[in-house]
Design a protein around this ligand. Structure first.
Ligand SMILES: NC(=O)c1ccc[n+]([C@@H]2O[C@H](COP(=O)([O-])OP(=O)(O)OC[C@H]3O[C@@H](n4cnc5c(N)ncnc54)[C@H](OP(=O)(O)O)[C@@H]3O)[C@@H](O)[C@H]2O)c1
Length: 306
């Protein structure tokens, strides 16, 4: 066991790192959490070098990086620069979760997938999936995971150009086949949802994407999952705490239904990082595996109590 304290640098492109992540990091068992805001492409190199070389090779193993921020493109550039700045033997294990978007998207998909299996004995590869507001961090995460799981996946935006840009980038990076579409008016939204099994609404806080009348017009027997917990919610008439509640002859997951699992996923990531060494990157593909394990354990625990 190393006598070096376990330190987490919480590096954020926004001015203020979130107390949420600081609290989760301490609860995960870190000795010291250092929140630093205003991280950019220019100051990241010095921060990585100073964090890396100040504690020797043993110390580098106990020094971890958590990258966060609202600007996803900038965060990806910073991750690349951080990776290039690390010297063999001194690499710092790193995780990335832009404003909770990766952990939230991964949890949302794992939760819906478990429910899909429970009620219909189906998996993602049997499904057609549509993601409203798929251009944000949550929507992109959901889109990639569904496509990787074998679902026919359509990503929506208000703008055809933004949908294409996001889908093209994801398709190239993750070798998937996500189809871009503009969301359009109510008639078009109903048409787009008609043959889909799963509908995710991943809009910005307070943005309603499916009105009550639209929902009534969409054919039944679908699973809906909303990411927006700020009223008005992504789907009119639902409740944020709903977890597979039957409504309008479909099943609904509200935004707050994922809260506990998402929190456990983040804690698990931070704990797994403590045991990892070298430049291992934890991102949403790993978070998705953790979310599935956590949901499976919960299910087994419930079964053993019955
Ligand atoms: N529970 C958690 O811990 C947690 C963590 C992260 C996020 N969330 C929630 O998950 C949701 C998605 O998060 P995010 O960070 O991915 O969101 P985001 O980037 O702020 O927004 C997602 C997309 O919403 C669309 N949008 C924005 N304003 C709109 C408007 N007025 N009308 C229609 N569409 C609009 C935009 O797509 P287009 O411009 O392409 O149409 C945008 O790309 C949010 O509601 C957020 O609060 C929850």
């Amino acid at each position: 066991m190393s006598d070096k304290k376990m330190i987490l640098y919480l590096l954020d492109t926004d001015p203020l790192p979130s107390p949420f992540d600081i609290n989760v990091a301490y609860d995960a068992g870190y000795d010291i959490v250092v929140p630093m805001g205003g991280i950019n492409e220019w100051n990241i190199v010095r921060i990585i070098e100073d964090a890396m070389f100040s504690r020797g090779e043993k110390g580098a193993k106990n020094t971890k990086i958590f990258l966060n921020g609202s600007n996803h493109a900038q965060l990806k550039r910073i991750l690349d620069i951080a990776r290039e700045s690390m010297i063999p033997g001194f690499e710092l294990t790193t995780c990335i979760d832009p404003r909770g978007g990766y952990t939230t998207g991964a949890t949302l998909v794992a939760q819906v997938e478990a429910y899909l299996h429970l009620i219909e004995k189906k998996s993602l590869k049997d499904c057609k999936v549509i993601i409203f507001a798929g251009t944000g961090m949550v929507g992109q995460t959901v889109s990639v995971l569904c496509a990787k799981g074998g679902a026919e996946t359509t990503l929506l935006s208000r703008s055809q150009e933004r949908a294409e840009r996001a889908a093209n980038e994801l398709n190239m990076t993750y070798r998937v086949d996500i189809k871009p579409e503009a969301m359009g008016d109510e008639i078009h939204r109903v048409e787009l949802c008609e043959d889909k099994n799963l509908v995710f609404t991943c809009g910005a806080p307070g943005v309603q994407l499916i009105s009550a009348t639209t929902l009534q017009k969409i054919p039944e027997n679908k699973i809906y999952a909303d990411a927006n917990a700020v009223p008005p919610l992504g789907i009119e008439g639902i409740e944020p705490m709903w977890k597979g509640v039957e409504y309008e002859n479909s099943y609904i997951f509200g935004a707050l239904s994922t809260g506990q699992v998402k929190l456990k996923v983040e804690k698990t990531v931070l704990q797994e990082m403590m045991d990892a060494s070298g430049f291992e990157i934890f991102s949403f593909l790993e978070y998705y595996d953790f979310a599935k394990e956590i949901i499976e354990r919960k299910k087994n625990k419930k079964k053993s109590k019955e």
